[in-house]
Design a protein around this ligand. Sequence first.
Ligand SMILES: Cc1cc2c(cc1C)N(C[C@H](O)[C@H](O)[C@H](O)COP(=O)(O)O)c1[nH]c(=O)[nH]c(=O)c1N2
Length: 219
Amino acid sequence: MQITQEERDSVYKTIFARRDVRREFLPDAIPDDVLKRVLTAAHHAPSVGYMQPWDFVLVRSDQTKARIKSSYLQAHQQATEMFASDKKETYQKLKLEGIMEAPLGICVTCDRSRNGPVVIGTTAKPDMDLYSTVCAIQNLWLAARAENLGVGWVSILHDDVLYDTLNIPQDISIVAYLCVGYVSQFNDKPELEKLGWLPRRPIDDVIHVDTWQPTPKEP
Ligand SMILES: Cc1cc2c(cc1C)N(C[C@H](O)[C@H](O)[C@H](O)COP(=O)(O)O)c1[nH]c(=O)[nH]c(=O)c1N2
C-alpha cells in the first residue's frame, strides 16, 4: 500500500499541530467511538517482542481527579524549590496540568512481566518494554490530535497517588498520566516556547553524521 501525497500531508500536519494541552480543555464528553479509535491507535504502536505491555485506566470520577490534583499541587510545590532563583518565580506561575478541567484522565501502565522473564528484544536492554509503552502514548497523542482532541501529559506527580486511587498493583509500572478532552484552541507553538522558557532547538543542531557531537546544554 502506498501513502498518497494528500495522506502524507495529513500525517505531517497532525505531527506539527500536536500540542501539550493544559489550560484549553472544554468539558464536552468524548464520544465512545472516538475514544475507542484513539485507544486502538495507541494499541497498534510498536512494542518490543510484540509484547503490548500497556494498559489504559480511564479516569472519569471527579473525586479521583481531585486526589490526583492534590498530589500534583504537592509535587509542584516541591519542584518549585528545585529551580534556581531566576527561574523559580516563572516556574511557579506556569500551568502544567489540566487534571480537573479535562473530562478524561488516562493512566498508562506497563506490565513488565506480561510475557514472562525472557522477551525478544529486552535481553540486552531491559527497559524496552517501558519505551514501547511510550510509543503507545505517542500514537495516542497523535490520533487524539487527528480527532481534534487535546492531550496533556502530567508527570509532576508521585506515583503513589495513582497506585492508591486507581488500585494498581505494585509490580505494574506507571508510565503516564494524561489529561484528554476537546479544547477551545490548539496553540501554534509549545507554550513553554511562547512563554520564553526554552526555544525550539534548530534541527541541524541535533543531527550528526558518523559520530555523536555535543549540542549546547543551554540555548
Ligand atoms: C514525558 C513527558 C512528560 C511531560 C511532558 C511531555 C513529556 C514527553 N509535558 C509536555 C511538554 O512540556 C511539552 O511536550 C513540550 O513543552 C513541548 O510542547 P508541545 O508538546 O509540542 O506542545 C508536560 N507538560 C506539563 O505541562 N506538565 C508535565 O508534567 C509534563 N510532563
